[in-house]
Ligand binder design. Structure first.
Ligand code: SIN
Ligand code: CO
Length: 367
């Protein structure tokens, strides 16, 4: 982290020794047919690039070269893929985006491009040649369906085998080309920009103003000889509102926790498969333990605890358990039997279980 994170690429040969992909191509194709999964198909035909968005009922033949299927958020749909993501928890959950999987036939790739985000490119199956270039001229090839760098002068050229992994900081040019059929996992991170954050913050403030919304008024206005001129009092009032907008630190902190734990747009939680009343839930948790559903996002900061876009109001003893749940994504059976003795916490966790945010059992049952 000290030497490479956000600073310099790192090629880690054998990062996952003896790596075997937890997902088969057929299962990936199945995901790409679902309408709650984001997928794209990129193909090159005589130098002409095409891009299509899923869901895909049919894909090109595996015998045809030069195409690639990209499936976003596989960690949300598959426990084994989610488990692989936990290997990257040396970076805070709030920075994690998703695990994208690409499947390519010989020659397939998405062309030379840059990403705004940190990424670990883990070779999962077959072989891929990566060429990378330091941040430079961002000019794109005009008129393309994808963002392709017009000038790409690679400084490194590597062939990755299963288990090899390449870390790239934001802004580094890269071009990965499949050598024979291959699969690559992109463990991607996210970082908000100021405008993204402020747009979301103001939208939330507009939804829940938390007080009266003052409106401009001009009682006592005189007849004006210049109806085309912007009235000074109106322009000044609006400027004062913009310049003087000072939300409290507590208000911003609460929003930050909610916003950063917001589930992905494609996520729907299913209510728990066997509805249990609070007492039976507490007994079952004390026997089996609890874990966050793989789609749940949770975080804590100071006295604040946040889950799936909501702030949790919990007194200090309950907060201790919730922090542990956020850090470990699970509570053991023994921990549950102590934690659920707290009625407030028991009610919170039962509500989460009921909503499908939380599951019984410390680890998912094997497939
Ligand atoms: C790929 O897996 O083909 C593309 C991944 C990336 O360049 O970010
Ligand atoms: Co990329």
């Amino acid at each position: 982290m000290r030497r490479h994170w956000q600073r310099a690429p790192l090629l880690a040969r054998g990062a996952f020794p003896g790596f075997a992909s937890p997902i088969e191509p057929a299962a990936l194709f199945g995901l790409s047919a679902r309408d709650d999964v984001e997928s794209r198909l990129v193909a090159r035909d005589n130098g002409r690039w095409t891009l299509r968005h899923g869901p895909f009922e049919r894909l090109p033949s595996r015998r045809r070269p030069d195409w690639t299927l990209l499936v976003q958020g596989t960690d949300l749909h598959d426990d084994a893929m989610h488990a692989l993501m936990t290997r990257f928890r040396f970076v805070p959950d709030a920075r994690v985006d998703d695990l994208m999987v690409s499947f390519a036939t010989d020659g397939g790739g998405v062309g030379p491009h840059v990403d705004q985000y940190d990424v670990f490119l883990l070779q999962a199956r077959g072989t891929r040649r990566w060429r990378i270039a330091p941040p430079g001229d961002p000019t794109l090839v005009p008129g393309m369906p994808l963002k392709l760098l017009a000038r790409f002068e690679p400084s490194e050229d590597w062939v990755l085998e299963p288990g090899d992994m390449l870390y790239l900081p934001p802004g580094w040019g890269h071009d990965g080309v499949a050598v024979g059929e291959c699969m690559t996992f992109s463990i991607g991170f996210r970082a908000p920009s100021r405008l993204e954050f402020l747009t979301a913050f103001l939208a939330a403030a507009a939804d829940a103003p938390g007080g009266p919304d003052p409106r401009f008024g001009d009682r006592g206005r005189r007849v004006d000889a210049h109806p085309g001129a912007l009235p000074d009092d109106l322009a000044r009032r609006l400027r004062d509102w913009a310049v003087g907008w000072r939300p409290s630190a507590a208000e911003v902190d609460r929003f930050v926790g909610c916003w950063l734990t917001e589930p992905k747009a494609t996520v729907w939680f299913e209510r728990s498969e066997r509805g249990l009343d609070p007492a039976r839930f507490a007994r079952a948790a004390a026997l089996d333990g609890l874990r966050l559903d793989r789609r749940s996002r949770m975080a804590w900061r100071g006295a604040g605890v946040f889950a799936n876009g909501e702030a949790v109001d919990a007194p200090a003893p309950a907060r201790r358990w919730l922090r542990r749940l956020a850090d470990r994504r699970a509570l053991t059976a023994a921990e549950c039997s102590r934690a659920l003795a707290d009625d407030g916490l028991a009610a919170i966790l039962h509500g989460w279980y009921d909503a499908g945010w939380l599951r019984l059992g410390e680890t998912p049952a094997p497939r």
